[in-house]
Design a protein around this ligand. Structure first.
Ligand code: ACO
Length: 330
């Protein structure tokens, strides 16, 4: 249906800090090796935000400033700005409003979405609804996480995985058949047992005891999460393809959340998609949680063509997971 109004990504930009944390650096911090990290995760280095006074909103603001430069978008034109993150600057206010203030988006309102590694997909689907409803014309969706602020650098199980970064996209209406075609988003709160940050919320407010017990960091049962991640990403990708009468051969690009190279290759194998069609940058940035998918789109932007069929797919804490099918707009 070419005339149907759809929300399309019409610009993308990414921002990562300059400081690198390499596997060699981690070898000096915990009992690990470049060989273990590379073979088990595919990660070689991650970016770490070390600018004093900077937080998630600053990375997000940098990503959006670059997006405005690329697209000609003016701050006053932004109607809505959504930030997907699990590392908000503060428990409240939300990071999106801080970003709006920092970039001068005086006519926008904003809010955060907390869906861990699926956050960008949840936020993209949410932002798209304001476009297709005809309520707004310019929606900015950001995925940004400063994972170094909640990573325990004495825990080898998790500290090798995460990095910091931000990615942003502009959503606008299109009636030429391009844009977001469909999405399948899921959640299962029972998964909170396996992937969470134990303290700091209303259940266990911060105290000397929670700090002593190191409960303000990511906790993950990696093996369990691994299995659910592959199943969740594959099943939702297949579902969104099936109900749009698309075969895997018609997919030009799979854009998977970058948690582990073995998860990415396993998802590609189960779907039957060759790795040449799968966006990968995990070796450079590790798992930047909500930022991985927009950072991939940013780095592969030059290779995308108008009309390309993309499957965005992710799995993360919650559990949350899902897939979005979109046709690239430019
Ligand atoms: N260096 C060396 N050895 C290590 C390290 C390390 N950095 N980390 C763990 N090990 C050891 C373990 O202690 C264990 O040793 P043992 O057998 O003596 O007990 C051994 O290596 C194997 O550990 P596993 O946890 O079984 O390793 P696995 O192959 O499962 O890899 C990993 C771990 C990378 C975490 C993997 O399970 C994974 O990627 N899981 C899913 C991550 C994911 O998708 N998360 C969701 C998104 S994140 C979010 O939402 C915030």
């Amino acid at each position: 249906m070419p005339n149907k109004l759809r929300a399309a990504i019409t610009g993308v930009n990414g921002w990562v800090p300059e400081d690198r944390l390499t596997n060699a650096d981690l070898e000096k911090m915990v009992d690990t090796s470049d060989e273990w990290i590379t073979t088990r995760t595919g990660i070689k280095e991650r970016r770490i935000l070390r600018t004093p006074g900077w937080a998630t909103s600053d990375m997000a603001a940098e990503a959006v400033r670059g997006l405005m430069l690329k697209t000609g978008l003016l701050p006053g034109e932004i109607d809505l700005l959504i930030v997907a993150t699990v590392t908000a600057d503060m428990v409240f206010p939300d990071t999106a409003n801080t970003v709006c203030d920092k970039i001068g988006a005086k006519n926008a309102f904003g809010f955060d979405i907390n869906a861990a590694c699926s956050g960008f997909l949840y936020a993209l689907a949410t932002g798209a609804q304001f476009i297709v409803a005809g309520a707004y014309e310019k929606v900015v969706v950001v995925g940004a996480d400063m994972m170094s602020s909640i990573t325990d650098y004495t825990d080898r199980n998790t500290c090798v995985l995460f990095g910091d970064g931000a990615g942003a996209v502009l959503l606008e209406g299109r009636r030429d058949g391009t844009g977001i075609q469909d999405f399948v988003l899921r959640g299962d709160g029972a998964g909170r047992e396996f992937l969470h940050m134990k303290s700091g919320g209303s259940l266990r407010p911060p105290s000397h005891e929670t700090v002593d017990r190191r409960e303000h960091y990511v906790y993950q049962e990696g093996k369990r999460v691994f299995k659910f991640a592959v199943e969740g990403m594959v099943s939702t990708a297949q579902e969104v393809l099936r109900r749009n009468h698309k075969t895997v051969d018609e997919v030009d690009w799979v854009v998977p959340h970058q948690a582990n190279m073995r998860i990415i290759t396993s998802v590609a194998e189960h779907l039957g998609v060759p790795m040449e069609k799968v966006m990968v940058n995990i070796h450079k940035y590790g798992n930047t949680t909500a930022a991985t998918i927009p950072l991939c789109l940013w780095e592969y932007e030059d290779r995308l063509k108008k009309g390309d069929n993309l499957i965005l797919t992710a799995f993360g804490g919650g559990f949350t997971w899902g897939s979005i099918y979109l046709k690239w707009a430019y």
